[in-house]
Design a binder for this molecule. Structure first.
Ligand code: GTP
Ligand code: MG
Length: 489
C-alpha cells in the first residue's frame, strides 16, 4: 500500500459524534489522502458495491472496516461509507464519512487504524476551518455552524440557521458594495476636482453615506436582541426570605432545582438554571431573600442577589402575604391588615421601578386566603407596576409569567424571520468600528476640505466590515474562532 506522506499529513480524521455509547457513530475523514486511505480500510459487502475509491460523490456503500496492516485482517465493524467528492463536500476536500456502530471500543479501533496509517487527528473546528479556507463558507457562516451546535433553545438555533444561510453575510456584502460605489465617486472627485459633476457630488456623497450609516446602525442595533439569544435572557427572582422564590424557580425549570423549606433564609448562594421559554434561552437566577442579617454567609448571598438585580434583563420581584397575616384574620376582619412589615419593601420597589422598566411584580402564594387583600393593596400602592398572581401549589400564573418573559424579549427588538440578527459580540464590535469610521468620514465630508481623509476613513470602514465575513482577517483571529469549536466539526 503506497500512500503519499505529504498528503497523509494533510488528511484528518475525528469522531463527529460525542464520546459514549450510541447506536451508531460517525467518523469523518477529509483531505487529499482520504480516497487512498478509505480504499485501504474498506471492503464492500458484496461485488454489487464499489470500492471506496470508485464511489461517485454523494453515494454510500455498506461494507467491512478492516485493519490493512494486521496480517489476519479481522473485520473491525460493519459500516456504511458515504463519499463526498472534492470540491463538492463540506470541507471542499475529498471526504469519507464512516457510519460505524457506536461502541467506544469499535470507534476507537477504527480511529486507531486511521492514525496508524498516518492520518492526523483533527483539531477543534478543523473541518469547518478547512471549509472556510477553501471558500465553502465565509467566516460569519462558519461561526453560525458553531452557534447551531451550541444552541439549546429554538430561537437561537433559528437565528444561527439564518446566519448559515447567509443573511448577515448578504447584508454586510450589500453595505460593502454601496461603500465601494461611494469610494469610486469620491475618487473621481479627488482625481478631477474641476469636473462639473464634482460640484454636485458632495451632497450626493453625504446622503449616500448617511444611508449606509443607517443600514449599519440598524444591524448593530439588532444585537440588543441578538445578545439575548447568544448570552441568554437573564431573569432574576428576588424578594424577601420565604416569599417562595425557589418554588417559582422550580416551577419555571420544571423540576426541583433549588431547595425549598419553610425556613426563612434557605437559599444562600445564587442558583442558576438555563431553560427554554418560548424558544428563548433563559438564564433563571434564584437568589437569597433580601433582608438585613448578621449571618456572614447569608449576607454575602444578599450582596450577590443585589448584584444579580443589576445584570437582569427582567426582574421577577416576588412578594407573598407575610406569615402574620393568618387567614383567620381575613375571614374575620379585613380592616385589621397590618402592612407595616411591607413598608420597607414597598420603598425598595418604588425606587427600583424608577430605575428600570424590566420589573414584574409577582404576588406569590396566591392559594392562601391572605393573597386577595395583598393583591388589592399592591395594586393600590403600585398602580403602574405590572402584577401577576402566582401559586407554586396550583401553578396558577405560570403561563402569564412565561408570557411576560417572552414579551420582554420581543420588546428588545423586532427581528423578522428573514432579517439578519447580530448575535455575536465579535460582529457587533466590527459594526461599531465601521460606524465610528463612517461617522468620522461624514464629518470630514461636511467640512469638505480633506477629501483624502474621507476616502481613507471609508476604506477603513470597508476593512472593518470585511472582518465579519472573514474577507480580511488575521491568522490569530481565525485561530481563536475555530479553537472554540468541538473536535469533529
Ligand atoms: N401555600 C403556598 N406555599 C408556598 C408557595 N410557594 C412556596 N411556598 C412555601 O413557602 C416556603 C418557602 O418557600 P421557598 O420557595 O423556599 O421560598 P424562598 O423565597 O426561596 O425562601 P428563601 O430561600 O429562604 O429566601 C416553603 O415552605 C414553601 O413550601 C405557594 O405558592 N403557596
Ligand atoms: Mg430560596
Amino acid at each position: 500500500m503506497n500512500m503519499d506522506r505529504a498528503q497523509l499529513n494533510e488528511t484528518i480524521a475525528a469522531s463527529a459524534t460525542p464520546p459514549g455509547t450510541s447506536g451508531v457513530a460517525l467518523i469523518r475523514l477529509s483531505g487529499p489522502a482520504s480516497k487512498a486511505v478509505a480504499a485501504a480500510i474498506f471492503r464492500p459487502l458484496s461485488p454489487r458495491f464499489p470500492a471506496a475509491d470508485a464511489m461517485p460523490g454523494y453515494t454510500c456503500a455498506p461494507g467491512w472496516m478492516i485493519d490493512p496492516i494486521s496480517a489476519t485482517q479481522v473485520p473491525l465493524d460493519q459500516v456504511v461509507l458515504t463519499h463526498f467528492s472534492a470540491p463538492h463536500s463540506f470541507t471542499g476536500e475529498d471526504v469519507y464519512e464512516i457510519t460505524c456502530h457506536g461502541g467506544t471500543a469499535v470507534r476507537q479501533a477504527i480511529l486507531d487504524v486511521l492514525f496508524r496509517l498516518g492520518v492526523q487527528p483533527a483539531g477543534p473546528g478543523e473541518f469547518t476551518r478547512r471549509a472556510f479556507l477553501n471558500g465553502k463558507l465565509d467566516l460569519a457562516q462558519a461561526e453560525a455552524v458553531m452557534d447551531l451546535i451550541a444552541a439549546t433553545a429554538g430561537k437561537r438555533a433559528q437565528a444561527a440557521a439564518r446566519q448559515l444561510q447567509g443573511s448577515l453575510s448578504g447584508e454586510v456584502r450589500a453595505v460593502r458594495t454601496d461603500l465601494y460605489n461611494l469610494l469610486a465617486r469620491l475618487e473621481l472627485v479627488l482625481e478631477y476636482p474641476e469636473h462639473e459633476e464634482s460640484h454636485d457630488a458632495q451632497a450626493d456623497l453625504s446622503s449616500g453615506l448617511a444611508a449606509v450609516m443607517a443600514q449599519v446602525a440598524a444591524l448593530a442595533a439588532s444585537f440588543r436582541q441578538g445578545r439575548l439569544l447568544s448570552e441568554g435572557f437573564t431573569v432574576v427572582i428576588v424578594g424577601r426570605p420565604n416569599a417562595g422564590k425557589s418554588s417559582l424557580l422550580n416551577a419555571l425549570a420544571g423540576y426541583d432545582r433549588a431547595i425549598v423549606t419553610p425556613v426563612a433564609g434557605t437559599t444562600r448562594d445564587t442558583v442558576e438554571e438555563l431553560v427554554d421559554i418560548g424558544g428563548i434561552p433563559v438564564r433563571l437566577i434564584d437568589t437569597a431573600g433580601l433582608r438585613d442579617t448578621s449571618d456572614l454567609v447569608e449576607r454575602i448571598g444578599v450582596d450577590r442577589a443585589r448584584s444579580a438585580i443589576l445584570e437582569a434583563d427582567l426582574i421577577l420581584w416576588l412578594i407573598s402575604p407575610p406569615d402574620d397575616w393568618s387567614s383567620e384574620i381575613f375571614r374575620l376582619d379585613q380592616s385589621r391588615v397590618d402592612t407595616s412589615s411591607l413598608d420597607e419593601e414597598l420603598d425598595e420597589l418604588r425606587d427600583l421601578s424608577e430605575k428600570t422598566e424590566a420589573l414584574l411584580l409577582v404576588a406569590g402564594k396566591d392559594d392562601l386566603a391572605a393573597s386577595a387583600p395583598l393583591r388589592e393593596w399592591l395594586a393600590s400602592e403600585l398602580p403602574d407596576l405590572p402584577l401577576v398572581p402566582f401559586s407554586a401549589q396550583t401553578r396558577e400564573g405560570l403561563p402569564a409569567i412565561r408570557q411576560a418573559i417572552v414579551d420582554r424579549y420581543d420588546r428588545a427588538g423586532n427581528a423578522q424571520a428573514d432579517e439578519a440578527l447580530v448575535t455575536s459580540s465579535r460582529h457587533k464590535a466590527c459594526l461599531d468600528k465601521t460606524l465610528y469610521s463612517l461617522e468620522a468620514a461624514a464629518l470630514e465630508l461636511e467640512r469638505g476640505d480633506l477629501l483624502d481623509l474621507v476616502a481613507a476613513l471609508v476604506r477603513s470602514a470597508l476593512d472593518n466590515l470585511a472582518e465579519i465575513t472573514g474577507d480580511l482577517v488575521s491568522e490569530t483571529l481565525i485561530e481563536t474562532i475555530f479553537n472554540r469549536f468541538c473536535v469533529g466539526k
